[in-house]
Design a protein around this ligand. Structure first.
Ligand code: 5GP
Ligand code: MG
Length: 179
C-alpha cells in the first residue's frame, strides 16, 4: 500500500470482480441495440472503461469526452463544458456515459443534457464505478453503478488527487484530506 493511503476501500480483486459483473449486466440490458457508443469522461474513467468494455460481448464504439466545470455553479444544467472527440454523429446511437464517480450529480446531469441537446444523441445511459448517493444536489441517478461509497474523498483506479494516484490498482482514502 502507498504510504499516503490511510485505508483501502475496494481491493483490486473486488474491483475486477464487480466491473466484470457490471459489464455483463450492461451487455444484457443493451438488448439488441446496434449502435452503442461507450463514452468515457477524461481522465477519471479511463481505467474503469478499459476493464468494463472487455466484459461487453458485442461490437461497441469507444469515444472520449473532456468535461470542464466552472466554479461552484448552481444552475441546474449549465456551467459544465463538454467536448466530445471525435465529433461523430450520435443521432442513432445509444450513448453510455462512463465516469469514475457520481457525487453531486452536476457533471452527469449536464453531460446528459448536452448530449441530447447539442449532439442529438438518440439515447443516453450512465454508468459509474462509484456512487456517493448521500451527496446528490442535482437530479441524477445512474443506470449502472459499481459500488456505493460513503462520503469520503477517494483515490485510485482512475480517481486522482492533484492528478496523481490514478494508477493505483485499488481504491483508497487519502491521509488528511476532507472527510
Ligand atoms: P459531480 O459533478 O457528480 O459532483 O462530481 C463528479 C466528479 O467529481 C467526478 O468525476 C470526480 O472527478 C470528482 N469527485 C467527486 N468525488 C470524488 C472523490 O471522492 N475522489 C476524487 N478523486 N474525485 C471525486
Ligand atoms: Mg471526473
Amino acid at each position: 500500500m502507498h504510504e499516503n493511503i490511510a485505508r483501502v476501500l475496494f481491493s483490486a480483486e473486488q474491483i475486477q470482480t464487480r466491473v466484470r459483473e457490471l459489464g455483463r449486466e450492461l451487455n444484457e440490458r443493451l438488448g439488441d441495440r446496434e449502435d452503442v457508443v461507450i463514452l468515457g469522461l477524461l481522465k477519471g474513467s479511463v481505467l474503469f472503461l478499459a476493464d468494463l468494455v472487455r466484459s461487453i460481448d458485442r461490437p461497441v464504439k469507444l469515444d472520449f469526452a473532456w468535461v470542464s466545470s466552472y466554479g461552484a455553479g448552481t444552475e441546474s444544467s449549465g456551467s459544465v463544458d463538454l467536448k466530445v472527440f471525435p465529433d461523430g454523429d450520435l443521432s442513432r446511437a445509444t450513448v453510455v456515459v462512463v465516469d469514475d464517480i457520481l457525487d453531486t450529480g452536476r457533471t452527469l446531469h449536464a453531460v446528459k443534457e448536452r448530449l441530447r441537446r447539442n449532439y442529438a444523441a438518440a439515447e443516453v445511459q450512465t454508468c459509474v464505478l462509484l456512487d456517493k448517493q448521500g451527496r446528490r444536489a442535482f437530479p441524477m441517478e445512474p443506470d449502472f453503478a459499481g459500488f456505493q461509497v460513503e462520503n469520503v474523498f477517494v483515490v485510485g483506479y482512475g480517481l486522482d488527487y492533484g492528478d496523481r494516484y490514478r494508477n493505483l490498482p485499488y481504491i483508497g482514502v487519502l491521509d488528511d484530506r476532507r472527510s
